[in-house]
Design a protein around this ligand. Structure first.
Ligand code: FES
Length: 102
């Protein structure tokens, strides 16, 4: 088991950074208490969890899968930093901004 940890920080800094284990699925750990990111379907369908990855250590996040890519082309076509938080497994320190609907 890999016990390496990574930080997720938020912009604006409405919440303290969250520290999670390598490979953690964001939608299983981010809550209304510890983050500004909201989730709906958790399956790359609704777009509620739309975020922008402002910085990422070493480009280690896995690329979006087909379902995520398809939805991002519809809801954030001009933003190359857009991702669906529900589809991200943590593999780097990241700084994110929530773009979905509150
Ligand atoms: S929660 Fe619906 S797309 Fe991520």
């Amino acid at each position: 088991m890999n016990s390496h940890k990574h930080n997720i920080s938020f912009s604006p800094e409405s919440h303290a950074a969250v520290r999670l284990a390598e490979g953690a699925i964001l939608s299983e750990h981010l809550t209304v208490e510890n983050s500004p990111v909201l989730f709906g379907c958790r399956t790359a369908v609704c777009g509620t969890c739309l975020i922008e990855v402002l910085s990422e250590e070493n480009g280690l996040l896995a690329c979006p899968g087909e379902d995520e890519k398809e939805l991002l082309e519809i809801i954030a076509p001009e933003n190359p930093r857009a991702r669906l938080a529900c589809q991200i497994a943590l593999a780097a320190d990241i700084r994110i901004r929530y773009l979905g609907k509150a």
